[in-house]
Design a protein around this ligand. Structure first.
Ligand SMILES: CC(C)(COP(=O)(O)OP(=O)(O)OC[C@H]1O[C@@H](n2cnc3c(N)ncnc32)[C@H](O)[C@@H]1OP(=O)(O)O)[C@@H](O)C(=O)NCCC(=O)NCCS
Length: 324
């Protein structure tokens, strides 16, 4: 029995709410083909897990993840996160995704919990089902963008000096990291918590202890005015599965002091980081950015990045109906 037959046998089934036949193996094959056609950098969809929620043209799997407020992830998300992954195909993938979102709704309470997030992470270029997310009140909050490594435009001439950060710089590097969280916090997906600065200090201390350069400071007259950090291929395990390229690097942070912006400092930092990632063997660089960020979004797209995955979010996960 081939994998396709296995899936068909296992999931040719009717759920408690939907009594028609849904062939999950066929859904998987159709979605995988659509993703391949939409974007060569996409990996194949996750293979179907048991016990899907079934609707006409769709199968979905839900998760709930409680986040430790003391952990680093608590700065990137709400504390009670609901996730939906799905296979949708057929004549109307948006209708199938919409039906799955409707089925998900009762699981997202209690209503008005500001620490709850409902999130669907979908390939940015597989646009056929997206209308369902927009119509269900989800917004594109964060994008994982991808760009070819080693092709940064030559760094513009500036009066700043770029140097690798050292262990003793961890305080200033983490402060810059905190300013990124504070600024991106204005757009709703991430936000500062009491644990943010201590976790950033730990994370950057680990990056500074690597045997390979991963963090750089931009200095003007000996004073730090900017910072960029990366995870070279050997340290970018989390990013690797999100992209079909054999070797990926991850650009984790970029910051320039507000008084020094608009003079090319981030462009110089990017050129250095890009060269280092290319030297470490990366073929593609991935990075996250908040979609509404009016300075980082244009910066990244001008520097050759483009969206790969979009995080569609609703926070709170569920709103109580308005009282009349
Ligand atoms: C995003 C960010 C790092 C960009 O830093 P920056 O140093 O201002 O970036 P650059 O100067 O290289 O490029 C930005 C602008 O300066 C222009 N510029 C670039 N080189 C220049 C030069 N030599 N002289 C004058 N202007 C220049 C660019 O064309 C661009 O202008 P535009 O936006 O009007 O088109 C900075 O705005 C920042 O720290 N933002 C807050 C934190 C953040 O969002 N981080 C990214 C998280 S993903």
């Amino acid at each position: 029995m081939g994998p396709g037959e296995y899936l068909t046998a296992r999931f040719r089934t009717a759920s408690a709410h939907y009594r028609g036949d849904v062939d999950v193996g066929e859904l998987y094959a159709a979605q995988a083909a659509r993703w391949r056609a939409a974007d060569p950098l996409l990996p194949a969809p996750e293979p179907p897990a048991p016990d899907p929620v079934l609707v006409p043209g769709g199968a979905g799997w839900t998760t709930r993840n409680d986040v430790d407020p003391e952990g680093m992830s608590a700065s990137w998300t709400g504390l009670r996160n609901h996730g939906l992954s799905a296979l949708v195909a057929g004549p109307d993938p948006a209708a199938a995704l919409g039906a799955l979102l409707d089925r998900w709704e009762p699981r997202l309470g209690p209503p008005d919990d500001d620490e709850s997030t409902a999130e669907v992470v979908w390939p940015s270029r597989d646009t056929t089902p997206l209308l369902a997310l927009a119509r269900h009140g989800f917004a594109p909050a964060v994008v994982l963008a991808a760009g070819p490594t080693g092709r940064a435009a030559p760094a513009p001439a500036t009066d700043v000096v770029i140097r690798p950060a050292r262990g003793a710089d961890v305080g200033v590097v983490a402060r810059f990291g905190l300013e990124i969280v504070r600024y991106d916090g204005r757009f709703g997906a991430l936000g500062e918590r009491p644990s943010t600065l201590p976790r950033l200090v730990e994370g950057y201390a680990a990056a500074l202890a690597r045997p390979i350069e991963s963090v750089w400071l931009a200095e003007r007259d000996g004073r730090p005015v900017g910072m960029c950090s990366v995870d070279p291929p050997g340290y970018a395990d989390e990013a690797r599965g999100l992209c079909a390229a054999p070797t990926v690097g991850y650009l984790g942070s970029m910051y320039v002091d507000p008084a020094a912006r608009g003079g090319g400092i981030a462009s110089v930092l990017h050129a250095v980081a890009d060269g280092a990632l290319a030297a470490a063997g990366a073929g593609v660089t991935l990075l996250h950015h908040a979609v509404p960020n009016p300075v980082s979004t244009p910066f990244w797209y001008r520097h050759g990045y483009r969206p790969l995955w979009t995080h569609w979010q609703r926070r709170p996960a569920l709103r109580a109906p308005a009282r009349r």
